[in-house]
Ligand binder design. Sequence first.
Ligand code: PEP
Length: 283
Amino acid sequence: MKLALASLLFGSATAFTTTGNHAAVSSTALNARKPFISGNWKLNPQSKDEALTLAKNIASSITDSSPDSDVALFVPYVFIESAMGAVDSKLSVGAEGVCPQINGAYTGAISTAMLKSIGVQWALAGHSERREIFGETDDYINAQCLKIIDEGMAVMLCIGESLAEFEQDLAGSVCAVQLKKGLKGIRKEDLNRVAIAYEPVWAIGTGKVATPEIAQDVHATCRAILADIYDQEAADDVRILYGGSVTPESVDDLMRQPDIDGALVGGASLDSEKFGRIINFQD
Ligand code: PEP
C-alpha cells in the first residue's frame, strides 16, 4: 500500500474498496492507496465459453498469498453477468463504457441503470480507442464520468498522450487537459469512486511499455494536476494506474514506483497465466 504523507498530517481519510462486485466506501485510519490491478478485454474473447474459462482461471490466480489489491476485469457487456458468476467475490467485473443518457432513443447504448441492475460498479471512460475510433470527445467523456458518479458507480478515467505529443514533451499538458475536462463537475467527496489510468497511446497494444521512470514522472505530474484541480489531500488519495503493454516482466518495476498504484492491462489480461502473474506482482 502506498501511504500518502497528507494522511499522516490530516488523519483519517476514506478509501474505496470492493467486495466482489459490490463496491463500498470504507473509512481507513491512514490514507492508503490500495493497489488496483485491472484487465481490459476490449473486443475479446469471441464466445461466452471462452470468457467463462478466462474469468475462472484469472480468479483462481488470486490466493491468500496474493498482494492485498483490488482486482477488476472490464469485459464486453454480453459477458458481464456470466463472468461475475464465474469469479465469485474474488474480483469485480466492470463495463468497458456507458452511455451518458439514462434511457430513450440511443440504439445500441447501455445505461448506468442497466449496469447497476446486474450489480456492476465500475466502468471505464476515456479509453484512447474510444476517443480515436469512436470519436468520443472530452465533453462526452465528462458526461459519462458525471453520470457514472451521479448513479453511485465508480469510474476509471483513462488519459494519455499520442506518440507525437510524447515526442514534443507534451505528456503533462495533454494529461492536464484530459483530467480537467474529464473530471469537470466531479466533487472532491466523490473522488473515492474515481481512479485514473494513465495510458500513453504509443504504449497501448504496441509492446512498447513506458519505462518505470517515464511512467512515474507522468504519474507524479498527474497527481500535481489533481492537487491543482482539488487539493493535495485529494491528490494523495486518488489511485493512478499505468496502462500500456504491461507484462509479467514489466509489472514489478512499475509497481515499485511511488505514484503508480496499479495497472490497466489489455493484451496480457487475455492470458490467465500472464495476468495471474501481474495480479501477483512483487513490489
Ligand atoms: C489497454 O487497452 O488499456 C491497454 C493498456 O492495452 P495493452 O496492455 O494491450 O497495451
